[in-house]
Design a protein around this ligand. Structure first.
Ligand code: FPP
Length: 257
């Protein structure tokens, strides 16, 4: 049976987050410049977005450019920004045809004006789409996001809008860039690295982690489906015991009947 057919459509993760890693190593292995790996990586982005939309997943967050990536050589940053603008431009029709809403998290103000403009245009054009929400993390880092949220809350306390004791995890989460988006249930990282690299630290408290050796440019729809299948084989306990989880499931089933 095809991998996709083995997926249980009733047990899909609502939100999948992805650290796309290994473009540089893929290029070096083929004897190419690093940028070639990013170019090939755009194809894997397309396939993955399509795969998520085909399954009916509601949110997909891609770590496209981290705050730390600004320290890369200028020509590589320029190439990545150019690829981003081109990819969005070329995929506009496909985003509309597939009912995909594009949105971003990160400090967009640090991006070149042209990238900001193209992103804004695509976000406006797709804002009413109701299928998959594709979230691009751009100039994003989790510590940046947490510090920003803390500043906003501190300011609200200073002006008397809230009291310190009003701050709980719900209020804190409402100040993050991901406000209104459910926490990811599955986080995939490619290229054999087992790190989180400053990505969604708050949001992945209970997320299932999936690491694959595949380099990002080689990542296919089947690789994505494989990760979903692996996710479905796990028992998620959220700090409870197996017995408690079984009870919760049984009660849910009874309610549905
Ligand atoms: C990591 O590989 C990848 C990136 C830093 C950028 C990812 C960007 C793309 C796939 C292209 C544009 C994105 C979109 C959304 C259209 P790496 O360079 O760190 O690889 P290495 O660890 O092997 O050096």
């Amino acid at each position: 049976m095809e991998i996709k057919e083995q997926i249980n459509r009733d047990k899909l993760p609502d939100h999948v987050a992805l650290i796309m890693d290994g473009n540089g190593r893929w290029a070096r292995k083929q004897g190419f410049a690093r940028v070639k790996g990013h170019e090939k990586g755009v194809g894997a982005v397309k396939d993955t977005v399509e795969a998520a939309a085909e399954l009916g997943i509601r949110f997909l967050t891609l770590y496209a450019f981290s705050t730390e990536n600004w320290n890369r050589p200028k020509y590589e940053i320029d190439a990545l920004m150019k690829l981003l603008v081109q990819a969005i431009h070329n995929e506009m029709k496909s985003l509309m045809d597939n009912n995909i809403r594009l949105t971003t998290i990160g400090d967009l103000s640090t991006l070149p004006a042209k990238s900001q403009k193209e992103l804004q245009r695509a976000m406006n054009a797709t804002s009413a789409n109701t299928g998959l929400t594709l979230i691009l993390a751009l100039s994003y880092s989790s510590r940046w996001e947490i510090v920003e949220a803390t500043r906003k809350l501190a300011e609200d306390v200073r002006i008397g809008k809230i009291a310190p004791e009003d701050i709980d995890s719900k209020l804190f989460a409402s100040q993050l860039a991901t406000a209104g988006i459910p926490d990811p249930e599955l986080l995939i990282r490619t290229s054999g690295e087992s790190r989180i690299s400053n990505f969604l630290l708050w949001q992945i408290a209970y997320t299932e982690l999936y690491f694959t050796n595949t380099l990002w440019p080689d990542f296919t729809k089947d690789d994505f489906f494989r990760a979903i299948l692996d996710f479905q084989s796990r028992e998620r306990r959220f700090g409870l015991t197996s017995e408690q989880i079984n009870q919760v499931e049984a009660t849910k089933k009874k309610r549905i009947k």
